[in-house]
Structures are given as C-alpha cells and as structure tokens.
Design a protein around this ligand. Sequence first.
Ligand SMILES: Cc1ncc(COP(=O)(O)O)c(C=O)c1O
Length: 238
Amino acid sequence: MSMIDLRSDTVTLPTADMLRAMTSAPLGDDVFGEDPTVNRLEETAADRMGKEAALFVASGTMGNLLGLLVNARPGQEVIADADSHVFRNEAAGAAMVGGIQVRQVPTERGVLSPAQLLAALRPTDDDHQPLSAAVFIENTHNWHGGVAWSEQDLQGISEAARSHGLAVHLDGARILTHPPPQARMSGPSRSTPTRCRSACPRVCAARSAAYCAGQPGRSGKPHAGARCWAGVCGKPAS
Ligand SMILES: Cc1ncc(COP(=O)(O)O)c(C=O)c1O
C-alpha cells in the first residue's frame, strides 16, 4: 500500500524529470548576472507577477525578510495577522536582522480587514510608539488552513494601507498554485496571481524547486529558510 504524506506540501520530492532539469540547467556566475537559469527564473517571476523585476532568493523566509527590510526601518512596526508565517515561523528574523517589530492582529481566518488595520495603526505624534511602516498579507494563509484572500479583501486592505502611507507586502508562498475553486475563501472572487498584481507592490512568491543554503539552526536546518523553495521579491511595476 502506498502512503500519501500529508504532513506538509513541502515533503514532496523532485521527480526524475525535475532532477534531470536541475542537473542539466545552464549555469553561470549570478554575481555578474551571467547565470542564464537564474535570469530566466527572475524574468519569468517578474512577468507572472506583473512586476518590473524579480530577485531570486533561496527560500520564502529570505523573500519575506527582504520584504521586511525594504519596507520598514529599525524601530518601526509591520502589521500582520497573529498567525502569520512571518511572525510565527521565521525565527524572529524581523527583530533579529531588521530591528523591526511585528504587530500581531488576531483575525478569524487570517484575513486582515481595513478596520482591523486602522485600529492597529500607531499615532504619528507620539515619540513613545514605533511608527507603522507596512502591512504583511499572507495569501494563501498557512496556519489558517490555506484560506485564499478574495480580490475584494485584497484591494480593500491595500487601499487602506496605502492611504495611510503604509507599504504592502504579500507573502505568497503558494500564490503560484492557484487556489482550487473549492478552496476556503475570504469572499466571492478569489485572488489569483494576476489579481494580486495591482494590490501588492511587493510580492514574495515561491515554487518548490531549489536546494536551501545557510547555517544550521537549533534543529539542524538553516534559519534563513527551512525547505526547498525558491522565493522572489518583486519591485513595483511603474
Ligand atoms: C506562508 C509561508 N510563508 C513563508 C514560508 C517560508 O518558506 P521557506 O520554508 O522556503 O522559508 C512558508 C513555508 O511553508 C509559508 O507557508
């Protein structure tokens, strides 16, 4: 009897074709922009997410860390769902590397409403409080069982954030796998990658693909990202 391991979507292994593609991929020095495979991956990612450019990083955690570092300064705050991956599962990288605080807002299904965002905003005239710099959205949501944001919810939070000068970062670890029609939804129309383009200036998307690198942490796995994912962080399209 063959068993299907449902602990995580990350326990899957590459097929023979995928292994062959990896070992025969044309390579070069990426520092000089001369790795044709990385270049193609970045161009494809930028194209699929409707962004001006994309940057290959070795894990989703690294992609989110870039999203933190470009959107907030040390001493500032990013607002995220209390069960977000960036808060729960990224080894406090926001605080450790960026000096950034994650403000955790409890939500029912991982979908932050404009009202919840506004209630979490810090005043700008109180020196005792950190400034709110950005909102982190997770679509689909890992700890809420794969809830997919609706297009309306995404637009709503994005507009609310931007009207208060906040940056918007989308943690789209699974955004390239369109949620199936029966997926748990936050509203009537699901947010596909294309629909996320305008709502989210910066996106971290991932594909189960690459090998990870970094220093082993407590469990022997790298802090910079645990598993075999390739992340991209897009610049806003002009
Ligand atoms: C929503 C979400 N963001 C980020 C990550 C981090 O990805 P990685 O394990 O490649 O660092 C994951 C991993 O499962 C995730 O589910």
